[in-house]
Write a protein that binds this ligand. Structure first.
Ligand code: HEC
Length: 401
């Protein structure tokens, strides 16, 4: 079973990354085109502008036009399957990695003591509810006041981020906020952008002028998607960064990452008309880095990583034998070529503690995962105690020998 799940994980992930690159690449290219159109030499009223491109040994001429009063060209290429494939393979990945078989990645008893089934319900509900709130706000409220819809969307996002980081494991919370934003993007394509394009094609085919209200709604959603691309990507790769998703202030770190991503996207959007975009980009990146560094430093947001343990409980010198027996007891159940807990295959994350020398070689990572972020043992399945974490920290501080 583990083998089957690993192969499904690989297959869906491969498809997901390729489809995601195609979707986002496409969206960035069209965004770039829109901002690089020049007034057309052909003074026709339906032409918005045109531009020349060079790619792999030939020139391309692209003209943006409303086609008004002209026959519908065939074939006409639409782009939608990249978006749908990205969403569908992402949903399949969520099932394989997080929901099927209660593989312990979804919950963390240090955050909330809930069953994997309850966590799965919360995770799915957050995506559905998040999409509904967003869609209702931008369908019903935005036509009267876009500011109200914008502020309410941000408040709803902060709430969902806070709820998910309180109830799910840090890793799952980051991924589900990413999945919610990506669902909003795919939903915008399926429910607003595609319908408006269908109406546009029908209008041009029938020789009628298209409905500007639909075009405006589609443009708004497309701008939202543009700003969401960078935040979604960083959340999707966040599972490589336990120091961030495992941090006590992880809810704030998610919001900081989303803000940096959207800000950088904005600067890149306006760079064709905003002269000082380069220094602004550098300043934004530096400020973002500084905020992540300060807010996300180990121990911020708590009295210390494992503050509750009395120093008197810990021996003055922690020997390798002590450390080894803790790792054998609490980690080797998964981190072995022949693990007792088989859910994660052998040696998850490429780490096995069968050879005691590996315990010393990996001391720095052991400190990060078991002491600073407490993201190991996974879901604390092996019931590691705070005292054991402090013992490991001391052993490492004393030179790990
Ligand atoms: C219930 C199973 C399980 C237990 C018990 C467990 N781990 Fe892990 N470990 C995993 C899985 C799954 C991964 C890969 C996913 C990840 O990195 O979060 C992993 C990855 C790792 C990695 C490699 C990734 C990195 O961040 O460098 C290290 C190091 C690690 N664990 C240390 C430990 C330590 C130390 C313990 C004991 C205190 C421990 N683990 C206990 C399941 C477990």
């Amino acid at each position: 079973m583990t083998h089957l799940f690993e192969l499904l994980d690989l297959t869906f992930r491969w498809v997901h990354v390729i489809a995601g690159i195609m979707w986002i690449g496409n969206s960035l290219l069209f965004n770039w085109l829109d901002r690089n159109l020049r007034p057309s030499a052909r003074a026709a009223p339906e032409v918005y502008g045109d531009t020349w491109l060079l790619h792999s040994g030939a020139f391309y001429f692209v003209e943006k036009t409303s086609l008004a009063g002209q026959a519908m060209p065939r074939p006409l290429h639409w782009f939608k399957w990249q978006a749908y494939t990205t969403w569908l393979s992402g949903a399949a990945l969520l099932v394989v990695v997080y929901y099927a078989g209660g593989r312990a990645l979804l919950t963390d008893p240090a955050r909330a003591n809930i069953t994997p089934a309850a966590a799965t319900g919360i995770a799915i509900a957050s995506i559905v509810a998040g999409w509904l709130v967003y869609d209702v706000l931008w369908r019903l409220v935005a036509p009267r006041s876009a500011t109200t819809a914008g502020v309410a969307s941000i408040v709803a996002l902060v709430l969902i981020v806070y709820i998910l980081t309180s109830l799910l494991s840090g890793r799952a919370a980051f991924l589900h906020v990413g999945a919610l934003l990506a669902t909003i993007m795919a939903g915008n394509v399926a429910m607003t952008i595609m319908p408006s394009q269908r109406v546009l094609v029908a209008a041009v085919t029938a020789g009628r002028p298209p409905d500007p209200a639909l075009a405006i709604a589609a443009k708004t959603r497309s701008i939202h998607n543009n700003y969401l691309t960078f935040p979604v990507i960083v959340l999707m790769v966040s599972s490589h960064f336990p120091g961030i998703y495992g941090h006590p202030l992880s809810w704030l770190l998610i919001l900081v990452l989303i803000t940096i991503g959207a800000a950088v996207r904005h600067i890149l959007n306006v760079r064709f008309t905003f002269r000082p975009w380069k220094p602004t980009l550098c300043l934004t990146l530096a400020a973002g880095f500084a905020v992540l560094f300060v807010v996300g430093r180990p121990g911020a947001g708590t009295g210390g990583p494992v503050s509750a343990v009395a120093a008197a409980d810990i021996p003055a010198h922690v020997s390798f034998a002590d450390a080894r027996s803790i790792v054998d007891r609490r980690c080797a159940a998964c981190h072995s070529a022949t693990p007792a807990i088989t859910d994660f295959g052998s040696a998850p994350g490429g780490v096995s503690f069968d050879d005691p020398a590996r315990i010393q070689a990996l001391a720095a990572r052991i400190r990060v995962r078991a002491v600073e972020t407490r993201t190991m043992p996974l879901g604390n399945r092996t019931n590691m105690t705070d005292r054991e974490r402090v013992m490991l920290a001391k052993w490492i501080d004393q030179g790990a020998h």
